[in-house]
Design a protein around this ligand. Structure first.
Ligand code: URA
Ligand code: CA
Length: 461
């Protein structure tokens, strides 16, 4: 017995030494092999590599980076840590889209039906909102009856029948990412470009779409506050996609201010419906057409992305896009009458108008502050399992570039009758502090900063 005990200690010690060597190798700036990266990730998921060693490794990556091969190997190791979803049996070219996260970003709700109406298959697995950003599932679930917890069979059936479905991403995908992300979150290693890109792309590659359009955000409401960094992230993510044999395009778009007018779940459903009718906010429509044009092109239904955009405009004008959204809602158990009657969506009882105390032109509207204000009202979650309120949120009446007079309404708080005066006051203050004015006129910077095409060529606007 004694000998066995010593042997086991020795085995654990050897494993720790081995991991130590890999941490040291990365700390000193050397590249790890695919086998070494697999060993670390597999060991971490199994528990033989403890948190403290993985934390040291992620910190070493934070400072030393990963080269393209290492980043791809890390992504693959994360994908291989769990289940993957095969879409091979589904018809057509499957095109997925992903946004790195923003405030009031309703593009998925618009793009799924819109691109499906063009004949491209959109089998979308989405997440919930966390932090100051909203989640597609939460938004869709504000439609009475809408189910996102589809079985694999129900998901496949919906995709086969109507060419689109949106469902919750299962718990068994990428367990290594779940564990790693939680570790990074408490060790100041989230904002590392190779770690972010491997984390996001693993979730995308675990789902077998043929092509992928990424919306990489830059600005106050985004992970990447400056555009050069956003291009760097886009480059890394698109490189992983191409390396894994998926056609991948990344669009870099501004998230200085929220997208559209609405931030809040049912409010954003309304905004998506308006956009599918051709009556949505200009910025939201512009981004949807840009991303959607690429999706249609990669899906083989247009010979260039510009033609893809024209096709989508036609589908908005002739009502086909809206009809597809009705099909999708109905197929997933929702009340499709909401499309024609917004009063069937959850609504907030109180509308509190915020009037400007300043006069001038809006030069900034901090998306992070607006997102946080919407979360305080109950539109999002502070913690993973918090409930959300579909009805509440913020409607922005004025955005960057707009001229404002004293006393004009800049935003409307949509709150519950029981929301306290104290909360409303503090949300009001937060929204006001998001707005900044200048005396002279302001031109809003272009929404789209550039893109990286499927060959990896970069275009800066
Ligand atoms: N989103 C993710 O999914 N992973 C990251 O690492 C950062 C943002
Ligand atoms: Ca919006």
């Amino acid at each position: 017995m004694k000998v066995l005990f010593i042997d086991r200690c020795q085995v654990v010690k050897d494993a720790h030494m081995r991991t130590y060597d890999l941490i040291l190798k990365k700390r000193s700036g050397q590249a790890l092999s695919e086998a070494e990266i697999n060993e670390l990730v597999e060991g971490y998921v199994k528990g033989s590599v403890p948190d403290y060693q993985m934390a040291a490794f992620t910190m070493a990556v934070f400072f030393q980076g990963l080269n393209d091969d290492e980043t791809l190997a890390l992504t693959r190791a994360i994908v291989n840590s769990g289940e993957t979803i095969d879409l091979e049996h589904l018809p057509g070219v499957k095109v997925d889209k992903h946004s790195t996260g923003g405030v009031g970003d309703t593009t998925t709700l618009v793009l799924v039906p819109l691109v499906a109406a063009a004949g491209v298959t959109v089998a979308k697995l989405s997440g919930r909102g966390l932090g100051h950003t909203g989640g597609t599932l939460d938004k869709l679930e504000s439609i009475p009856g809408f189910r996102t917890g589809l079985s694999n069979d129900a998901f496949s059936e919906a995709v086969k029948e109507i060419g689109a479905a949106v469902a919750a991403q299962g718990q068994n995908l990428v367990p290594a990412d779940q564990k790693l992300y939680a570790l990074r979150d408490v060790t100041a290693t989230v904002d590392s470009i190779p770690l972010i890109s491997a984390s996001i792309m693993a979730k995308k590659l675990a789902i077998g779409a043929d092509a992928l359009v990424l919306d990489v955000k830059t600005g106050a409401g985004a992970f990447m506050k400056d555009t050069e960094k956003a291009f760097e992230l886009a480059r890394a993510m698109a490189g992983i996609g191409r390396g894994a044999g998926r056609e991948t395009v990344a669009v870099i778009s501004r998230m200085d201010q929220p997208l559209g007018k609405a931030a809040g779940n049912a409010l954003e459903v309304q905004e998506a419906i308006l956009t599918l009718r051709g009556k949505g906010p200009a910025d939201l429509e512009e981004l949807c057409l840009k991303l959607g044009g690429w999706m249609v092109y990669l899906g083989g239904k247009a010979d260039c992305p510009e033609r893809g955009q024209e096709i989508l405009k036609e589908l908005i004008e002739n009502g086909a896009a809206l009809a597809k959204f009705k099909e999708l809602i109905s197929k997933q158990g929702g009340d499709l009458r909401v499309v024609d009657d917004f009063s069937l969506l959850p609504g907030a009882e109180r509308q509190i108008e915020l009037k400007s105390k300043d006069e001038g032109h809006i030069r900034a509207l901090d998306a992070f502050k607006i997102g946080s204000a919407a979360v305080s009202l109950g539109a999002g979650r502070g913690k993973k399992d918090d409930p959300i309120d579909p009805a509440v949120g913020i409607t922005l009446e004025k955005k960057i570039g707009d001229k404002v007079e004293v006393g004009q309404v800049i935003a409307v708080i949509q709150a519950r009758s029981e929301t306290s005066r104290f909360l409303i006051d503090s949300v009001g203050k937060m929204i006001r502090s998001a707005y900044q004015y200048s005396a002279g006129s302001v031109t809003a910077p272009p929404l789209i900063c550039g893109w990286i095409d499927q060959k990896g060529d970069e275009h800066h606007v």
